[in-house]
Structure formats: C-alpha cells, structure tokens
Write a protein that binds this ligand. Structure first.
Ligand code: GCW
Length: 731
C-alpha cells in the first residue's frame, strides 16, 4: 500500500471507531442534568412534530441567543435533529420565543403576561398564522431563557407537548449560590476538588466551564453567585481582582446571573491604608463609597456584598462598639446609589458569650428588627446552630417582621458525610421551609396560631411580612471535579436547591424524580425505587450520626467522623460534650425554661410544644430536653435502647440503599453506577463507624450495657478515640 492510501484507510477505520462509540465522551457527570441524550423512538416521533421550527425575534439579546442555543443543543441531542430557524411561523409545530416588545407575533397573542413576576414565563400551545405553535413568552429575556430550559425539561421528563398551558414565576428574588472559595483555589468545606475560579489566569482566560456553570444555574433559576468565601480576604476588593470578577460577570450576564462578593469588614485597613474600620468614621464610610463606585464602574449590574462579621474571629462593627445594624447600614449606604444589596449574616456567636450558642443569634438580632436600611437583608442559617443533619428551624424566622430575612442552606455536606455519603437534602430543605413559625394571625383569632399561615417559606418569599427583598442562598458544593459536586448524587442537592429557591413550596420528592429522569433514565422502573432511596437517605444520616435531636458530635475542625468524647477544647461550644451533655444520669441539652430557655425564642404555641416532654416531636427530643437514660419512649423502649435502635436503623438503611442501588444497575451506565456503588460502600463502612464509636462512648458514659441482641462495637472506645485524620478535605 502506498502512503496516501494507508493514511486514508487508517483515517477511515478511525472514523468508523468514533461513530461506533455510543457517546462522544464518557458518562463522567460533567453534563449534569442537561445531558440531552436521545429519547426513545416512540417519543421522538411525537416530539418532532412540536419542534419543527425555531422562531426568534429579529433583534436578539445575548440572553435570547443563549435560549436559542440551548434549544438547538437540547433538541439536537434529544431528537437527533437540527431544528430549522425562521423569523416567522411558517409551519405546524413551530417554537416561537420572545417578549411582546420584540416579537410582534407574540404581542398579537395578547397573552396574560402581566401576572408574571420578573423572570417568569408562559409556555402555551397557540394557533399562530393558522399553525399549531408552542409559544415561550415572557416580559423579559431572562424569562424566555428560563422558559426554554423548562421546555427542554418537559422533553427530558417525557411530558406531552401538544396542549401546553404552563405559567411559572419565581417566588423569591435573590436565588444565590454562596461559594466558600478562597483566592488560592482552596474551598472551605469543599469536597469536589479545588475552586472552579481560576483567579490566577483570569481575566484573560475564561474557562469554558464558566459558561456551563451559568447554563446549569440558569436551568434551575439561580440568578446570583457570591464568588468568594465569607471568611473573606480583602484582596478580592482590589482593582486587580475587580477586573477578574468583571470577566466572570461578563460570562454570566447573558444567563441572568449577577456576581456578588463577600466583603471583609476590615478591608479599609488591609487594602485601604486606613487605621480603622469603624463604621462611624467618615473616612471609612468614604472608602466604602468609593470602593462601591469603583466596582460598579467595572460591573454595572454587580449584586452587592455578603458579610460575615463578628463571628468566629471575623472583624466587624462590634470591634468599635457599634451594632450589626451600624455596620450593615454603612455598607448599604455605599451600595444604595447603584441598587446593590448587603446580605448580612446572622450566624454569630461570640467566643466570650456564656449563653447557649443556639440562643445567641436571636439575642443579637431580634432587638435590631427594623433598624436596617432598605437594601439590607439578614441571611439566616436554617437552624440555630450550624447546618446539622437535623435542627429545628431558626427562631429568627418567627421574629423579624421588620427586617427582610433570607435563608442560608448548606448544599455542600460539611456535616452529612462530605461528598461520599449519599444524602439527598431535599427533605431537609422541605422540612425547614414547611415548618410553621406559629406567628400567623390565624383567621378570627387574637393569639398567634399554628394554622400553616406563617411557615418559614412564607417568611422567605416575603408573603407574610411583605418584605422589600426576598432571598435564598445555598453554600455551593461545586468544585473542579469533572462531576462538579464530588459525586453524581450530590448534583441533586444543587438541583433541588435551585428548584426550591424558585418555588419554596415545591416537593422534594417530585424534584428528585425530575432530577433522576434528567440525569439517568426517564423510566419509572428506575425512577421510583431510586427516588425512594434518595428520600430515605437524609433520615439515615440523622440516625447513624445524630439521632433523636442530638447535634454537633463530629470530630474537631474537619468534622469528619464521630467524636462525641471531645471535651478539652478551649471554648465550651467547640466541644461535642457541650451539645450532648451526656453523663451517668442522662443525655440531651435542656433548652426549656429550667435550662437555657432557648424555647422562649419561639412563638408561645411552639414554646409549649417543645417544652413538654409529652409533646416535643421525637426528632427534637434531645435538642430541647436532658433526660435520664431510662426515660420511657413511645416505642416501649427506654431512651438508651431507643438510641441504640436509631443508630442500628441508620446503618440498616444504608445497607438497604446499597442493595437497592445494586438492583438498578441495568438502568445506569457503568461509570456512574460504579462511582455510586463504591461511595455507598464507603458510606456503609462509615455509618457503622459512627454507630459503633457513638455507642461505645455513650455506653461507657451511661454505664449501660447494649440491649440483648445488639451488635457490640467492632473496636474499643480507645480505638475510635485514637483515630486521626489530619488530611481530611475541606478544612
Ligand atoms: O459551619 C461553619 C463552618 C465554617 C464556616 C462557618 C460559617 C465559612 O464550619 O467553615 O465558615 O460555619 O458559616 O461562617
């Protein structure tokens, strides 16, 4: 064979090999829930008749172009077709996109667009020029983009497209990710590799991944991102970094995502050359005003600042004898002329405050209700301690009618097994959002009532108190790992967060099903058992880590694994023994009036409910009560036996999750099946470790024997105490 012929033949073989490969790249999770793999033949036919033409207005903003690109990409993948573009509906089965301002065809339809909130959309089947047409319409381009993603979701979840009449509007304005990413690319509490922000090569190099990040977020309605850690480095506010931030803002803008920054309160000293950061000082006030002007000159739609002040060693206004309101309002004044907001975190507890840590944020902020400037939002963690597997809702949610409160959830699983444990957080978020603060007026009643009219969701979406700003933030679980979140199933936590931020009354189960269909297979034989597994997973973690209302028993610093015995750290509330208070007599934190009286921070009906041993929900039992080991439980067991039972139940649940996942192998590609199986094996081992170490310790403290038939811990208490993990990630 002569050379050219050989080369030709090799090229031919190579291209045949390529075309035989099922996908151009492996199922490594990079595509998230936007995989757009071919639908089954029976769906291809019915979908094709509804996607014959893509009709866009003549003038297209970058956002509209992003919507069209996504539809082309999605339909191309799902149906293996290139959708025809047109500037006018010319045949049956067109997709008509746009706003009435830009699209005369949409204006002519006189759709009920006035009922939509900003970003809301309609998807409707209409007759346009005599042709059956699917219209994706909104008042603003970002609404059209959200509508395009929703349309694709309909196909990804195999919904009929013939008679659509969908209207959807976001219920919350600020739907934000919070990255705890540092400038050196380490990520505090990050378990998915380094930060995706390549600060060093920005602004010149804009990694293509930034666009995919924006697409993924826009697909679930997320509209803002705080790029840097709340334990902030002031350098992010220097001119050099503002340039880099502006480059990211440019990538995100078409997707409706604004950038925000965590601001270090002492920045005027660290990068401004001042000798104080006192918010009462005119030079400090001027510095922040000029800084805000500088940022807005580079990023006209900059969102604002997130601030962690006077908490865990961070600087703040109290260093100068000023209040949190003084500090927040000074920053708010600098941002106000530009329309920016300050998200001031309520996660404060002071190292010199002897009060119950669970009470401190409320004590600090409740007296300041109504003292904050209009563009300040108080960002409150879901529970009063710190993102535990389970906490009651934060009492501030029932206590600040005069100050907009936004929710802070954690998506990264600092306290729920890092990236490897499968713990779907939908039920956790849902439980908090559904919780009744019992501060509703109650129809015809004078007393506050638990009638479901004052849920946490109704606080957060502003409907209860008519807040001027509404918001939900989630501490991101995103890193440089190919699968973004450190495991495939962690992607579901990012997904459900976005969906619940859009609609805090959404159903965790329904969202899990959507995610499974989009991520794996739209087949009920897979989706139902997989959704069961997900829905049970968070409760399993509660059981094997911190059952019955226990909290914060994790090892020091990195929070990996159990360490209920830790008692020697400098501050009382750094020690797990502070939280469980176990001794020979009993276990639990007495937060009733006889104890720390943290119950008093809830509305009277809840005070009564939580204070009484008879009416406190079992899931919060040891959160509110210190009880003797032989306290009788409704199950007929005593408290000690119940604790053992719960730990065992948690381990058993993980064993079951493993078995159930193994059954699903036929539905899942090799790569993602194996990752999940391996991680479940880790989880099972670690669930045993949690159970064994905790029972070894509580058994020793209580002097109680394990109930007959219970498995003895695999090792001695000494063994568990000696384990050490200096290189655990995320710390
Ligand atoms: O949960 C704790 C974490 C800290 C975190 C802090 C906070 C960013 O252990 O790593 O710091 O909360 O939310 O500020």
């Amino acid at each position: 064979m002569r050379w050219p012929a050989m080369v030709c033949r090799a090229a031919l073989l190579f291209s045949i090999a390529l075309s035989l490969a099922p996908h151009s790249h492996a199922e490594d999770g990079y595509d998230l829930w936007l995989r757009y793999r071919s639908v089954e033949p029976e769906w291809r036919e019915t979908y094709t008749v509804s996607t014959r033409q893509l009709v866009l207005p003549r003038r297209q903003s970058p956002t509209l172009r992003a919507a069209a690109d996504e539809l082309r990409r999605g339909i191309g993948g799902l149906l293996d077709i290139d959708i025809e573009s047109a500037d006018k509906v010319g045949r049956d089965g067109a997709l008509l996109l746009g706003t009435p301002q830009e699209s005369p065809a949409i204006a002519a339809l006189e759709l009920p667009l006035e009922d939509l909130a900003r970003g809301g959309y309609l998807i409707r089947t209409e007759q346009v020029d005599g042709q059956r047409t699917t219209v994706i319409a909104a008042n603003d381009d970002i609404g059209v983009l959200y509508g395009a993603f929703r349309f694709l979701q309909l196909m990804q979840t195999r919904q009929p497209l013939e008679q659509l009449a969908i209207a959807s509007s976001p219920q919350v304005d600020l739907r934000l990710l919070n990255h705890w990413d540092n400038l050196d690319r380490s990520v505090e509490r990050g378990y998915a590799g380094q930060s995706i922000w390549d600060w060093w090569r920005l602004p010149d190099f804009r990694h293509p991944r930034y666009t995919d990040y924006a697409r993924a977020n826009a697909s679930i309605g997320i509209n803002g991102t705080v790029l840097n850690n709340v334990n902030a480095n002031a350098d992010i506010l220097t001119a050099r970094y503002i340039d880099k931030v502006a480059a990211l803002a440019g990538v995100f803008r078409p997707y409706g995502i604004r950038v925000y920054l965590s601001a270090r309160f002492s920045a005027p000293m660290e990068i401004g050359g001042l000798d104080t950061a006192d918010p009462g000082n005119p030079a400090v006030q001027r510095w922040w005003k000029e800084k805000a002007d500088e940022i807005y000159a580079a990023i006209p739609d900059f969102g604002g600042f997130l601030v962690k002040a006077n908490s865990e060693g961070q600087p703040g206004p109290q260093d100068y004898g000023r209040s949190h309101a003084d500090g927040a309002n000074m920053l708010a004044a600098a941002l106000a002329p530009h329309g920016g907001v300050v998200m001031w975190r309520a996660f404060v507890y002071a190292h010199d405050n002897p009060d119950d840590r669970a009470r401190q944020a409320y004590s600090e902020f409740k007296p300041l209700d109504g003292e904050f400037a209009d563009n300040v939002v108080l960002q409150v963690k879901n529970g009063p301690i710190d993102f535990q597997p389970r906490e009651p809702f934060h009492p501030l949610f029932g206590a600040m009618p005069g100050t907009p409160l936004m929710m802070e959830f954690q998506i990264t699983k600092e306290y729920l097994g890092f990236a490897t444990h499968l713990a779907y957080l939908g039920p956790l978020y849902e439980e908090v959002l559904e919780a009744d603060t019992c501060t509703g007026p109650g129809p015809g009643r004078r007393d506050a009532a638990c009638d479901g009219s004052a849920t946490v969701a109704s606080v957060i979406d502003g409907s209860l108190h008519d807040y001027g700003h509404t918001g939900i933030a989630g501490v991101a679980n995103i890193g440089r790992d190919r699968d973004w979140s450190g495991s495939i199933f962690n992607q579901a936590n990012w997904y459900v967060f976005g969906r619940l931020a859009w609609n805090p009354r959404g159903s965790a189960r329904a969202i899990a099903e959507d995610w499974l269909e989009m991520t794996f297979a739209a087949d009920d034989a897979f989706v139902q058992p997989a959704a069961d597994l997900m829905m049970a997973s968070r409760e399993a973690v509660v059981d094997y880590m911190t059952p019955l209302g226990l909290a914060h028993l994790m090892a020091t610093g990195h929070h990996y694994g159990p360490a209920p015995w830790v008692s020697e750290l400098a501050r009382p509330e750094w020690n797990p023994v502070y939280y469980h208070r176990a001794d020979a007599g009993g276990i639990g934190f007495d937060r009733t009036a006889e104890g720390s009286d943290a119950v008093a921070q809830y509305a009277p009906p809840l005070q009564r409910k939580f204070s009484s041993r008879a009416s406190v929900p079992e899931k919060y039992l040891l959160w509110f009560h210190h009880l003797p080991w032989d306290h009788p439980m409704p199950s007929g067991r005593d408290l000690w036996q119940e604790l053992v039972y719960r730990y065992d139940r948690g381990v058993a649940q993980v064993e079951e999750m493993r078995r159930d996942w193994a059954q699903l192998e036929p539905f899942v590609d090799r790569e993602r099946f194996v990752q999940t199986s391996s991680f479940l094996a880790i989880q099972e081992r670690e669930a045993r470790w949690w159970r064994d170490a905790s029972l070894a310790y509580f058994g020793a403290v209580s002097g109680r024997e394990l109930p007959p038939g219970a498995r003895a811990p695999a090792h001695s208490l000494q063994y568990y105490r000696a384990l050490s993990y200096p290189h655990a990630p995320g710390h």
